[in-house]
Write a protein that binds this ligand. Sequence first.
Ligand SMILES: NC(=O)c1ccc[n+]([C@@H]2O[C@H](COP(=O)([O-])OP(=O)(O)OC[C@H]3O[C@@H](n4cnc5c(N)ncnc54)[C@H](OP(=O)(O)O)[C@@H]3O)[C@@H](O)[C@H]2O)c1
Length: 297
Amino acid sequence: MKIGFIGLGRMGVGMAANLVARGQEVTVYNRSPGKAQGLVEKGARAAAKIAEACRGEAVLSMLSDDAAVEAVVFGEGGVLASLREGAIHVSLSTISVALSQRLAAVHATAGQAYVAAPVFGRPEAAAAAKLFIVAAGPPHAVETCSPLFEAIGQRTFRFGAQAHVANLIKLSGNFLIGSAIEALAEAMALVAKAGVDRLRYLELLTSTLFKAPVYEIYGRLIAEQKFEPAGFAAPLGLKDIRLALEAAETLGIPMPLGSLLHDRLMALIAEGGETLDWSAIGRVTAGMGGRAKTSGE
Ligand SMILES: NC(=O)c1ccc[n+]([C@@H]2O[C@H](COP(=O)([O-])OP(=O)(O)OC[C@H]3O[C@@H](n4cnc5c(N)ncnc54)[C@H](OP(=O)(O)O)[C@@H]3O)[C@@H](O)[C@H]2O)c1
């Protein structure tokens, strides 16, 4: 397919590379120049303007947050104004349910299709085409995009015709990951303060009742206190928990754990942890209990 890809951040760069590697004809655009160079060497075409990335059958966007998506879609010469009738906008970003509903409406009015396809998996998974994709939107458009999803992920889960449902599911998933991080951090702070080696403790957990990628990946980061470079930066984590809480308020579902995570991430960022991985909320937890031993001490 002839497609565009907008947003070459930590996640987008690997996804765009996998689309190129699968033989798609990809035109890439990023707000800050320079990030397209590596992709051009692999066979992508670099666009100087958003509109140039919107000339094909579909344009995929992988941007930080609602404000970024709004700027790229609604701005002058943006996706909405540039995409031709019948073409598809696939939004891979983790954005609010409300913005996703708005995007579905405006694209439909413009005769374009809108598919929400947020992803699970960190930049390593994006680079290795191992993402899990949650897709929702008009069935024919989701079907058209299936080769694109196959190029960037290991499995696509379809959740019907209402695009915003995919965003709600993604936000609920990140709430669960955040909750697992907080629980792991509390448990590790507890045993480490008594002198238990964190990595050995993690080995016990992940070899028995907690055999899951979330515990394995984040447990190691917390055990080794390795929060830099950030795979998923704390401000993005705060954004997702805030969006989950907004959706919860709209639907009338209390989420007390969500409120706790919101405050943990706020505290981490207020303490100067803006560039750290969001799993560094474990540092806030450990810090509250006094100095905990690091593994191997
Ligand atoms: N990292 C993860 O582990 C992970 C996992 C799953 C989902 N996600 C979600 O995926 C999305 C991207 O995450 P990421 O980690 O790739 O973020 P990132 O590295 O911070 O990249 C963000 C991208 O958005 C662009 N951008 C930001 N504001 C913009 C604006 N106003 N106009 C145009 N472009 C703008 C940036 O362009 P510049 O280069 O010009 O700044 C960059 O290309 C987020 O919604 C995140 O929640 C991330």
